[in-house]
Design a binder for this molecule. Structure first.
Ligand code: ADP
Length: 240
């Protein structure tokens, strides 16, 4: 018999008793704006068999394509405020299932950002996914965040992010035009940080011992090495 999460399950057997029920399917990357989530995600995508699922990219695409949802969320996406839990949970529910269909591990970037969202994720697929979720916290100091965020640039075509030290006008990945991100303007940084403190920090408490912490203040190479160690520990396959 197949469980709702696709694992083999005998009659009267609970999900936690199933041999591969806990096999990693989703890795959540948590950290403040400017923690380097985008860079880490790109490193993992280049090196491991993972599929990127970024709620920020999803919403920015909706805004760019001027869809009904895009018009509904454009004010928040542009101002650094959070989209309501109800909307983002619906977006995740309707898009995550098809991302989970293949064998690759899904790298969840930008979600959950509130306790309500974290609970929603744990309940998805009738709670079958919960044991397959791993959570990585990228820990960085607020001074580092402010320095990194003022001046962050993004490719208008593929969404790749570049640091304030990158003096480029053309994306090194796809040749797209580099622009300053609308939600990185000085005026919204404070608001983003406050949202993070008030709404997202309680998520760490919710996850408690499920969290795996990585030092995000370290050099990019060191962060990459640490995150690689964690991924090997999860048993995620390396790309050939
Ligand atoms: P960051 O700059 O932190 O990487 P993202 O690219 O993940 O931001 O998201 C961009 C915007 O999309 C956010 O400022 C917010 O308006 C919206 N958004 C993305 N994910 C969520 C979420 N989980 N909950 C609420 N709003 C979200």
């Amino acid at each position: 018999m197949r469980c709702c999460c696709g694992c083999k399950k005998k009659e009267n057997e609970s999900v936690s008793e199933v041999k591969d029920a806990g096999k990693v399917k989703i890795v959540v990357l948590l950290g403040p704006p400017g923690a380097g989530k985008g860079t880490i995600a790109q490193y993992l995508l280049d090196n491991y068999e993972v599929v990127h699922f970024s709620t920020g990219n999803l919403l920015r695409n909706e805004v760019k394509n001027d869809t009904g949802l895009g018009r509904e969320v454009s004010a928040q996406v542009g101002s650094g405020g959070l989209v309501s839990d109800d909307i983002i949970n619906r977006v995740v529910e309707s898009n995550l299932a098809k991302t989970l269909e293949g064998d690759s591990v899904v790298l969840l970037d930008g979600y959950p950002r509130s306790v309500d969202q974290a609970k929603f994720l744990d309940r998805l697929d009738s709670g079958c996914l919960k044991d397959t979720i791993r959570i990585i916290e990228i820990d960085v100091g607020s001074e580092v965040v402010v320095a990194r965020l003022s001046g962050r640039k993004v490719c208008s075509k593929c969404g790749a992010t570049f640091g304030y030290l990158d003096v480029i006008t053309e994306c090194s990945r796809c040749g797209g035009v580099i622009v300053k991100r609308a939600d990185d303007e000085e005026a919204v940084l404070m608001r983003r940080w406050q949202e993070y403190e008030n709404t997202t920090m309680p998520v760490f408490e919710y996850y408690g011992s499920r969290l795996l912490e990585i030092n995000g203040d370290a050099s990019p190479d060191e962060v990459a090495r640490n995150v690689s160690d964690v991924f090997r520990g999860f048993g995620v396959k390396k790309r050939r």
